[in-house]
Ligand binder design. Sequence first.
Ligand code: NI
Length: 219
Amino acid sequence: MNESSRDFLIALWLISGKGAIGNRGYERVYAGAIGNRGYVKPMSQTPVHAKIRRLYVPDANYFITFVFQNRASILADPQNMALFRATLRTAKEYHPFTMRAYVFLADHLHLLIFIPTTTNISKLMQSVQRNFTRNYKAAHGIPQPIRLWQRGFWDHVIRNEQDFANHFHYIHFNPVKHGYVTRPTDYPYSSFHEYYQRGWYTADWGATQPDEIAHLSFE
Ligand code: NI
């Protein structure tokens, strides 16, 4: 079974309602979104910058931004959100990467990922965009071609540990930056919760813009 048809079956499975948010299987996917589970002991007293240092692997970390065409709020619909996550997970099986941080907003999303040399980043990104468009059309019964994504994607090769840390925090602060919530902990669709549970963040982190990301502005 090729990637497209497999993704299509996942789309059908989601449409049937079995993949609804809160479903046990879906939660398992959610929990597994961050690589290296158990890599860092929960609630350790190590400073956050030292923990981030352990996540940073030189040369192949990317900060990636996808934007929906005309800034449509596609992912405001929980079913579309579930569909996107399933698509990303399938793409990962064919084009392996390690998720370090993510935030999915209604009209765009940011990823911080480690890509091994055996994975072609362009193919990975094309896989995500094309297969999500296909799954979205199937889910909504749209027969004609549609443009769902703004052309291309923005990527930034992470230069060093500090750059990695800055983008890591940028992603987790993003729901506040875009006015969705007043604290990152109140927004469900980001990896903030994974790291909060590990003790990397406090519950009130990001209530004001952290100094280290003040100079960053992508989306
Ligand atoms: Ni953003």
